[in-house]
Design a protein around this ligand. Structure first.
Ligand code: ATP
Ligand code: MG
Ligand code: FE
Length: 334
């Protein structure tokens, strides 16, 4: 099969052409990061406008780079939700127009199913498997006993891990998105400020990062009040150590309890080197096969949407042209 996929859930306009769910022929990503940087975060109205400006050329470029003809496509896939409604609408309308004009099936997909199935681009999946989803809006452990059978076993009770990274980065004086800056600083640091680990109830797979975030903000403010230099690097390392230890240990416990054959890391924060290193080391120790997509398939991209949509296409699970963007779409309704 040959799938053209469109992703516009947040601040990346992305279009990809993917063969058989894993062979990426093109993956065009028009990032709006510079546009949003001056606001310190994503402005929904601005994001929608930028998607409108970028979508047509991104489609054209993706098709050209892939070296395919539009008529050869098997279907058109699109992120249906969750995300910013105005941003999602741009992708959904573009996908419907293409599907209608070319007389091809339309397939709506869940954004997080996309992040999880980005791992199909790396390697075939073996079930049951466990996904650790770490992104700007989500922090979840998802058990897949079978293909497409998503079961949420844990989630953040407050901030998503990417959100916590971005807030900590801002307090330390870095621009949006701050995750990569904190990561770099943490890896260069020689010492770490001691910060709490939030484990919650002993049997819980949920997460909480707002207390940790507040502890960081307090440490920064106290230094400033005392007129001392803020120990930026040591704070970044303390924060990263706390976050990654909790994420990694909970994921490993989940793999053991649910009998997972593989652990899949995914979402924008999967680009974090501290997390990759700690998780790789622990999985090696425990003999757990670990999949981590390359950087470009961790942050938002359309190739991952094609990877997920391909499974629905195989099942004949196509959507009607009445498909609606759904900012609250549940993973179980992927
Ligand atoms: P969601 O997928 O939940 O809807 P999103 O699509 O906005 O959210 P992604 O694009 O998947 O999120 O990830 C973006 C997040 O990843 C940002 O919060 C960013 O700071 C974070 N991030 C990117 N690289 C790193 C890194 N190296 N270390 C930590 N965080 C990172
Ligand atoms: Mg993004
Ligand atoms: Fe995302």
């Amino acid at each position: 099969s040959l799938i053209l996929a469109i992703e516009t859930s947040c601040d990346e306009t992305s279009v990809a052409v993917v063969r058989d769910g894993h062979e990426v022929l093109s993956n065009v990503i028009a990032s709006q990061i510079e546009t949003h940087q001056s606001f310190g975060g994503v402005v929904p109205e601005v994001a929608s406008r930028k998607h409108v400006e970028n979508i047509t050329l991104s489609i054209q470029e993706a098709v050209q780079l892939a070296g395919v003809k539009l008529q050869e496509l098997s279907c058109i896939a699109v992120t249906q939700g969750p995300g910013l409604v105005g941003a999602l609408l741009v992708g959904v309308v573009a996908a419907k127009s293409l599907a209608l004009a070319l007389d091809k099936p339309l397939i709506g997909t869940h954004h997080i199913a996309g992040h999880i199935y980005a791992n199909r681009i790396v390697s075939p999946l073996e079930y049951p498997c466990m996904a650790l989803v770490v992104s700007g809006g989500h922090t979840e452990l998802v058990d897949l006993q079978e293909e497409g059978d998503f079961r949420l076993i844990g989630r953040t009770r407050d901030d998503a891990v990417g959100e916590a990274y971005d807030k900590v980065a801002r307090a330390l004086g870095f621009p949006y998105p701050g995750g990569p800056h904190v990561d770099k600083l943490a890896l260069e640091a020689s010492e770490a400020v001691e910060l709490p680990r939030v484990w919650l109830e002993p049997d819980s797979y949920d997460f909480s990062f707002s207390g940790l975030k507040s502890a960081v903000l307090n440490a920064v403010n106290q230094s400033k009040m005392r007129g001392e230099d803020v120990q930026t690097a040591a704070i970044a390392k303390g924060f990263q150590d706390s976050v990654t230890e909790v994420l990694v240990e909970k994921a490993i416990r989940a793999v053991k309890e649910f009998g997972s054959q593989q652990l899949l890391l995914c979402g924008g924060v999967a680009a974090n080197r501290g997390l990759r290193q700690r998780l790789s080391a622990r999985c090696e120790q425990e003999g757990i096969p670990l999949l981590i997509p390359p950087h470009v398939y961790c942050t938002d991209n359309a190739a991952m949407i094609a990877a997920a949509a391909h499974l629905k296409w195989k099942q004949g699970a196509v959507s009607g042209l009445d498909l609606k963007a759904d900012p609250q779409l549940k993973l179980e309704e992927w």
